[in-house]
Design a protein around this ligand. Structure first.
Ligand code: PEP
Length: 252
């Protein structure tokens, strides 16, 4: 059985104070020992240290929302993998649709970030997912193929064990429109099958695939009940402690 994994992507939201309050409230519900699901929060970079302090002693992991592939140097505005580890990050979200479609990241850039993170010892949540126009044109699987091929280029089977995939249909992110449980299950099954074809049975059976796209307390249980859905990557609903902890409870 794969352990479910619920992650909150705060995007460019919260203040230092509201972020610490949110993290403190979540941490109070996630004990260091005995929580049956993995839980992560990914605050904006400037609040990583404050949030790290707030979740200290709990079972909540700390995530970053991005990382750069170079180790150091003249890359104004970028943040290196070692810096993220240095402030206590347990994982990094890469390839989020906003990084792809708003900020112009390509599969090649994302792959360099994936490799740098894994080589630097920082586990990765790698996001994939199709635009509405792709789904309407029946190109969902082709897009997943493209993003998996690009994002996982040169990733070994051993390194794959440090990756969690997040299937996030772009048309469902922040829109209030959720994929139906059947749509999510179909895309997750396709993704797992893709991993099986490239890496074999054991990695495919082990890899966790989160669903993301307007996950809320009222739809979480049904989505998480699908056989190939191993958790959730949550945006909007991760900004309210009650909603996020209700989603965690749905996963337990
Ligand atoms: C996300 O940001 O990854 C996301 C899924 O956002 P939302 O839950 O708001 O759709």
């Amino acid at each position: 059985m794969r352990r479910l994994y619920v992650a909150g992507n705060w995007k460019m939201n919260t203040t230092r104070t509201s972020g610490v309050d949110l993290a403190t409230a979540i941490a109070a519900k996630v004990p260091a020992e005995g929580c049956p699901v993995d839980v992560l929060v990914a605050p904006p970079f400037p609040y990583l240290t404050a949030v790290s302090d707030a979740i200290s002693g709990s079972g909540v992991k700390l995530g970053a929302q991005n990382a750069y592939f170079e180790a150091s140097g003249a890359f104004t505005g970028e943040v290196a993998v070692d810096m993220l580890r240095d402030v206590g990050c347990d994982a990094v979200i890469l390839g989020h649709s906003e990084r792809r479609h708003v900020l112009g990241e390509t599969d090649e850039t994302i792959n360099r970030k994936v490799l740098a993170s894994l080589e630097g010892g920082l586990p990765v949540i790698l996001c994939i997912g199709e635009l509405l126009e792709d789904r309407k044109a029946d190109r969902t699987e082709a897009i997943l193929d493209e993003q998996l091929t690009g994002g996982l280029n040169d990733v070994s089977a051993e390194q794959l064990s440090e990756i969690v995939l997040a299937y996030e249909p772009v048309w469902a992110i922040g829109t209030g429109e959720t994929a139906t449980p059947e749509q999510a299950q179909a895309a997750h099954a396709y993704t797992r099958d893709w991993i099986r074809r490239k890496y074999g049975d054991a990695p495919a059976d082990a890899i966790r695939i989160q669903y993301g796209g307007s996950v809320k307390p009222n739809n979480a249980a049904e989505l998480l009940g699908q056989s190939d859905v191993d958790g959730a990557l949550v945006g909007g609903a991760s900004l309210k402690a009650d909603s996020f902890t209700a989603i965690i409870e749905a996963a337990i």
